[in-house]
Design a protein around this ligand. Structure first.
Ligand code: HEC
Length: 237
């Protein structure tokens, strides 16, 4: 196999007239799994505008999948109820969007798909982590989250009861403060030291001028945070 005739990537060949071993794409062909004919499903856009509606029927299974994916990927910043006060935000990240504002309550479903696919302001995109079908499931679940915050007795079938979260928590045997806004323990690192939004540094900390400076500064940056918790633990024990 080592000696058999073969093409090496990016290396020339005299086999083809144009001298290239890497062949150009054949016109009007589409690679397997790359035909995105249903553009709404893949983009959330209709004629260049964010569309409204899900590209497939919403079932309980879709909502459950959306809830699971949402809780994994979005709660760190947006929180389980979608008010934008997740744990990462509590610790200094830019305030994440609150889904329960008038603008987002009336935003078309394609907008949420678009935000997950392409990111939005300080929010990174999740197109690599979440497949399109799961992005739509999350969108369906966000809609359910929005409705859940304003549900009235008229929204549920006869016989079902709309209850405040605190009553549900109580009936489940959870502490009374379960449904309240959580507060961090005093030991938690809360916000940024100067209470300003966190901005990514443009130059690495400890970057000194001179040859070999980045390499020399790297162990120092690693050592400082590692040493602090170790000392703390030792003191607490
Ligand atoms: C790392 C934190 C983070 C994660 C994780 C995150 N977001 Fe965000 N999100 C943000 C921030 C910050 C904003 C506000 C961005 C701005 O206004 O600059 C935002 C804004 C939004 C908005 C509002 C857009 C608008 O029109 O105002 C939506 C919708 C949204 N995110 C959906 C999601 C969904 C769905 C997920 C999970 C797939 C998710 N986000 C995960 C940080 C995050």
């Amino acid at each position: 196999m080592h000696d058999e005739p073969k093409f090496f990537p990016q290396r020339g060949t005299d086999f083809y007239a144009d001298g290239r071993s890497v062949r150009p794409q054949v016109a009007n062909t589409v690679a397997r799994n790359q035909l995105h004919a249903d553009t709404y499903f893949y983009t959330g856009f209709v004629n260049g505008k964010e569309g409204d509606g899900l590209p497939f029927p919403v079932t309980m299974k879709v909502l459950e999948r959306g809830q699971e994916r949402y809780n994994i990927y979005c709660t760190p910043c947006h929180s389980r109820v979608g008010n934008g006060r997740g744990m990462i935000v509590d610790r200094g990240y830019a305030h994440a969007g609150d889904y329960h504002t008038a603008r987002l309550e009336t935003a078309p479903l394609g907008h949420f798909f678009n935000v997950i696919t392409n990111g939005y302001g300080a929010m990174p995109d999740y197109s690599a982590q979440i497949a399109p079908v799961d992005r739509w499931a999350i969108v369906a679940y966000i809609k359910a989250l929005q409705l859940s915050q304003k549900a009235t007795q008229a929204d549920v079938p006869a016989g079902a009861q709309v209850q405040p979260l605190s009553s549900i928590a109580e009936s489940q045997g959870l502490p009374a403060n379960f449904a309240q806004q959580w507060t961090l323990p005093p030991t938690a690192v809360n916000g940024t030291p100067d209470d300003q939004p966190y901005v990514l540094p443009t130059t690495p900390p400890n970057a000194a001028s001179g040859a070999g400076a980045p390499a020399a500064s790297r162990p120092a940056t690693v050592k400082t945070p590692a040493a602090a918790p170790a000392g703390k633990t030792a003191a607490q024990q």
